[in-house]
Ligand binder design. Structure first.
Ligand SMILES: Nc1ncnc2c1ncn2[C@@H]1O[C@H](COP(=O)(O)OP(=O)(O)O)[C@@H](O)[C@H]1O
Ligand SMILES: [Mg+2]
Length: 268
């Protein structure tokens, strides 16, 4: 349990960074996301859980602009981003990691992060040369790598590092764009326990002292309960339960609908 979150979680009068109302996405007869309303507050970490097919990835696709909703509205930072194209939403500060790797294998780890830092600065002129000359870009990239304990891999080609390290580099790339809202889709899937710990430590430290709000989908309940200020449980596209980790853990519907197995433990 993240005790610091108990201090951070109450937010009387604070306006949400993300405000979703009646959000739905249909694929033919299937409501992948079904009338979901939700407010997310600055600097909180909200975990989204639910069985396969619950609608988590579709929910991210709607928030990041990859898909347009069938109905409902999405406000980010008091701006209506419903149906906006992905590149505009990303420019506004919503960044997303993917379940698949999204980095350049031929470049070094450092170059991958430098490209992202430079791209964020909006300089399109021969960016790679520029980046290599620009000490500030390099420093920023190094600092991100250090935060992820990746400094030792800075000069390795991204194509040859381990799967877990690639996913960590991908998170560094996401953070290099200085997002305010970060959507992590199963960030620790396929990672070793050590790599999982590194991701958790990073998210915790960024949530504690940075201007970051995280949405995290995750199957690993230790990660969910170790990171989340609040948890949204989705089931068949709907918002089943939204509450503190304690509330979610105690909720009878969660065990029934999410686990589908009375004997299984939802948390350590
Ligand atoms: N592009 C798509 N076309 C048709 N059906 C889809 C598409 N994407 C997702 N679905 C359906 O929407 C539902 C929710 O899927 P998804 O968002 O991937 O859930 P989760 O990420 O929670 O596993 C599932 O029934 C899935 O089959
Ligand atoms: Mg998914």
């Amino acid at each position: 349990m993240n005790t610091a979150s108990a201090v951070r979680a109450p937010r009387g009068g604070q306006s949400p960074i993300l405000s979703i109302k009646g959000l739905s996405k249909r694929f033919g007869g299937v409501a992948a996301v079904d009338d979901v309303s939700l407010d997310v507050f600055p600097r909180e970490t909200l975990a989204i859980i639910g069985p396969n097919g619950a609608g988590k990835t579709t929910f991210y696709n709607l928030l990041s602009g990859r898909m347009k909703p069938t109905s409902g509205t999405i406000m980010f930072d008091e701006r209506d981003i419903t149906g906006m194209p992905a590149h505009r939403i990303s420019r506004l500060g919503v960044s997303r990691s993917f379940q698949i790797n999204n980095i350049f294998n031929e470049m070094t780890v450092l170059e991958n992060v430098e490209v992202a830092v430079t791209a964020y600065r909006g300089d399109s002129r021969r960016w790679l040369n520029l980046a290599s000359r620009n000490r500030r870009v390099r420093d920023e990239a190094f600092e991100l790598l250090a935060r992820l304990s990746l400094s030792g891999l800075a000069d390795r080609r991204a194509g040859v590092i381990s799967y877990g390290d690639k996913r960590l580099v991908e998170i560094a790339v996401v953070l290099a764009t200085r997002p305010h809202l970060v959507l992590l889709d199963e960030p620790t899937a396929g990672m070793t326990p050590d790599e999982t710990q590194r991701v958790m430590a990073l998210v915790r430290s960024l949530a504690a002292d940075g201007d970051y709000t995280f949405l995290v989908t995750e199957h690993d309940m230790q990660v969910v309960f170790g990171l989340a200020d609040r948890i949204l449980v989705m089931h068949r596209g709907r918002r089943l339960v939204l509450g503190s980790p304690q509330e979610v853990r105690a909720h009878p519907d969660v065990r029934k609908a999410y686990l589908g197995d009375e004997d299984e433990e939802i948390a350590p």
